[in-house]
Design a protein around this ligand. Structure first.
Ligand code: URA
Length: 431
């Protein structure tokens, strides 16, 4: 088949800072999916986009072309409205685990098609796979059944059919230093979410050292871009900007985070995890037509826990099975008396990853029990020798590298530390 364009010409347009026409974008995404545009050509184009950016129209067209590269799911036939949440990824971000059953307990279906972790941010599927028997891969029929007549919540692997162009491109970006780019992140996330077919979408855009977006301005730009893409595609979309300068909650790691999520579902858990879970649930329920719902009550009275147990069992898991534990632990102790000044999210995320909770390459296995437990947070008074963190791993030779990543955090001095008033920093709605 003869091709209407030459990849070199399309790359040159973006290299020279010009605007790609719709036909260029449609062709390059389609030809890349078919293997006609090569990985090295797409890498060059991704770098040109990284350096020169895209207009709002280019981003929308790029997103649409990626959606059209695969199948679209359609939940409009379900007896329940649908609402989904997407987080841009952080350290200790276990919110999906309690949020999906919580929202489903109000009769709103939650189709959480998730991914695995790469690098220092953990993946929701890796966390749930710590539960004995739990299965991430479901057929489309199983997803529809669980959403329509089952628990109402599904957390599973996104099938290969959704936005296949993005799957190829995301792997390439990971290897070519082109991940942290607003047009590419926004189109990547939103192509999958729009193709998934959720009725409404709440975005949790993380800000701080443990997030892609290190500054509020950058996070705002990403959130606005994604909200506009969703709104323009007819998906009711809103974003919360939330703090990721310290880890979320008191655990980082797979089984450790499942344990903490179950505490939240039992009406307990750390304040920041509960605050964010409730804030996101309110947004999802309001978007699905229930602005007056009280999600905090459903955590307290066990309704959300009931849905969690059903959801885990529907996917083959045993909600009562003991969770795996790492074979070895080592404590990180306070080196002085005083006030803990910092607990850097990136440093803790890298430590957890090096302990075996995360993977460096897509095909690497993860350890279910590995990770970090947190015993003190910035602003806490500590005494010399007190336990600040507990490191968990199955391979004790990993402790040294994990400790290295903590070398520039956990400072202690007499200076007072302003407590964080809220994990939610800002809300961005569709125009
Ligand atoms: N998550 C995605 O799915 N895509 C990105 O580009 C970044 C985070």
């Amino acid at each position: 088949m003869s091709e209407p364009f030459d990849a070199v010409d399309v790359i040159a347009i973006k290299r020279d800072g010009e605007v790609l026409q719709d036909e260029h974008i449609d062709w390059v995404i389609d030809a890349y999916t078919r293997g006609v545009v090569t990985d090295y050509q797409m890498s060059a184009l991704a770098m040109a986009i990284f350096l020169n950016g895209m207009t709002r129209h280019e981003i929308a067209r790029w997103t649409d072309a990626m959606i059209r590269s695969g199948e679209r799911m359609d939940f409009s036939g379900l007896p329940r409205p649908t609402s989904d949440k997407h987080s841009t990824g952080g350290v200790g971000d276990k919110i999906t685990l309690s949020l999906a059953p919580l929202v489903a307990s109000f009769g709103v279906a939650v189709p959480q098609l998730s991914g695995r972790g790469l690098g220092h941010t953990g993946g929701t599927l890796d966390k749930l796979e710590a539960i004995p028997g739990w299965r991430a891969n479901l057929s489309n029929e199983e997803v529809y059944r669980q959403l329509g007549t089952g628990s109402g919540a599904v957390i599973c692997a996104a099938g290969a059919g959704l936005a296949p162009a993005d799957k190829k491109l995301y792997a390439l970006r990971d290897a070519t230093a082109t991940v942290a780019c607003v047009p590419l992140i926004a189109s990547s996330i939103m192509s999958k979410k729009i193709a998934e077919g959720t009725g409404s979408l709440v975005l949790d855009v993380k800000v701080g050292s443990g997030a892609f977006m290190k500054t509020l301005d950058k996070a705002r730009e990403l959130a606005r871009t994604m909200v506009d893409l969703g709104t323009d595609a007819g998906t009711n979309t809103v974003a919360l900007l939330t703090d990721m300068s310290v880890p979320l909650g008191l655990t980082v790691g797979n089984a450790l985070e499942v344990r903490e999520s179950v505490e939240v579902l039992a009406g307990g858990g750390p304040d920041d995890v509960v605050e964010l879970t409730v804030a996101l649930a309110r947004e999802m329920l309001a978007a699905a037509g229930q602005p007056d719902a009280d999600p905090a009550a459903a955590l307290r009275d066990g309704r959300a826990m009931d849905v969690w147990r059903t959801m885990i069992a529907e996917q083959g898991g045993d909600p009562d099975a003991p969770l795996p534990q790492a074979a070895y632990t080592e404590d990180v102790l306070a080196e002085a008396d005083g006030i803990l000044q910092d607990l850097d999210a990136l440093a803790v995320g890298v430590a957890s990853w090096r302990l075996g909770a995360g993977r460096a390459r897509k095909e690497d296995p993860v350890q279910a029990g590995a990770g970090v437990e947190i015993f003190a947070r910035p602003g806490d008074k500590v005494v010399r020798g007190q336990k600040l963190l507990r490191l968990h791993t199955d391979e004790p030779e990993r402790f040294a590298r994990a400790r290295e990543s903590l070398a520039d955090t956990l400072h202690i001095s007499d200076a007072p530390v302003e407590p964080r008033s809220s994990v939610v920093l800002e809300r961005i709605a569709g125009k």
